[in-house]
Design a binder for this molecule. Structure first.
Ligand code: TXA
Ligand code: MG
Length: 345
């Protein structure tokens, strides 16, 4: 796979902006794949109704074929063309959270290409809250299947440069709309059972959903390594930085001790920490991802931080743990998957 990847840096000039979106949509019509920004992470889009186009997503990412994709829509009305029915709870959630980082699993009517759903009877759908994503979806005039625009196993891209790092020469185009906002992916919620179940924590938190779904449940597999997750993608290794990541769960002194022990064996250690911990550590390679008091900020910086340490610079990365409320649930879910081990006090 070696093609020239077209790159559009979106300008504030409306004519240039529209021209770029038109060209990108043109490539999508030719069964090509194009990366674009959403409010969560960059997505790698292809015509969701075209099996050949969708196959190109799997090839570019090196994604296992049994891991289904999220279909993105420009409008709630597009959902009806993809599902056999929309349960009342799903409609209520769309009205309250769309556009936004909430993906709903619904019964598929088979309109999407079979590789989008990996042969499942259900389909994942969301409407992104990003003007570039929405204008591309509108220009394409059809739903777009779009997983995160990273090579399989790597941290998801929150800037166009992350997409180039992973996929340059492997995809037809990249629409650069600047950094994304939320920083972690959408929440995946299964609405096909009596009681909706969170299959992947994400940008819309359990606390956000609770007023609408008082008895919300979370896939038990998320807390237990032995149980098979309901979302196929959750079983794979994910978000891995170049150097092995250790999660360090303890106070400042415990963290500093772990750090000192590694340094004593001549290992080059990178640290990812909150601004609070960073201020107290004695070390020269510390990346700050935000305040512990502001998990939204941490989520926004997390994947960028995971990509920043290169294996040429560090042998191991130590990262602190974060509270699991709000978007902290998504942060800790991703960090736990990215880590090779967790050391606790
Ligand atoms: O924020 C996001 O959701 C981003 C942006 C680009 O929209 N997309 C994203 O896609 O994170 P991806 O492919 O990296 O993650 C999709 C997740 C996977 O865990 C997959 O297994 C799950 O959604 N999924 C897709 N279809 C499903 C289905 N029918 N049933 C259960 N899980 C499904
Ligand atoms: Mg992904």
């Amino acid at each position: 796979m070696n093609m020239t990847t077209q790159y559009w840096k979106l300008s504030t000039n409306a004519t240039e902006h529209d021209q770029a979106i038109r060209e990108a949509a043109g490539l999508l019509h030719q069964q090509q794949v194009v990366a674009f920004p959403t409010e969560t992470v960059y997505g790698l889009g292809a015509d969701a109704t075209n099996e050949v186009a969708v196959q190109r997503i799997f090839e570019a990412k090196g994604r296992p074929a049994d891991n289904p994709l999220i279909v993105h829509v420009a409008d709630k009305s597009q959902v009806e063309g993809l599902v056999t029915e929309t349960p009342p709870i799903a409609r209520k959630l769309m009205d309250n959270f769309w556009p936004g980082p909430l993906t709903l699993i619904l019964p598929s009517n088979g309109t999407a290409a079979s590789n989008v759903t990996a042969g499942l009877p259900t389909i994942a759908i969301r409407m992104p809250d990003h003007t570039v994503a929405l204008s591309l979806l509108t220009a394409a005039g059809r739903p777009l299947a779009a997983p995160s625009a990273n090579r399989s196993g790597r941290p998801s891209p929150t800037e166009a440069v992350h997409v180039s790092q992973d996929l340059d020469g492997r995809i037809a185009g990249i629409v650069d709309g600047g950094p994304t906002g939320v920083g972690v992916e959408s929440t995946v919620l299964d609405c096909t059972a009596e009681i909706p179940m969170i299959l992947r924590p994400g940008g819309v938190t359990k606390e956000d959903l609770q007023p609408f779904i008082p008895t919300i449940i979370i896939d038990p597999a998320l807390a237990d390594q032995e149980t098979k997750p309901k979302s196929p993608g959750m079983k794979y290794t994910h978000y891995a930085p170049e150097a092995p990541l250790w999660l360090v769960d303890g106070d400042r002194e415990f963290f500093q001790n772990q750090l000192n022990q590694l340094k004593a064996t001549d290992q080059r250690v990178g640290v990812i920490a909150s601004s609070e911990l960073a201020a107290e550590l004695d070390h020269n390679r510390v990346l700050t991802c935000g305040s512990k008091q502001d998990l939204t900020e941490v989520a926004g910086n997390l994947y960028g931080a995971l990509r920043q340490f290169k294996k040429s610079d560090v042998d191991v990365i130590l990262c602190e743990t974060f509270p699991e409320h709000g978007v902290g649930a998504a942060i800790m879910n991703r960090l736990t998957k990215a880590a090779v081990q967790k050391v606790s006090q």
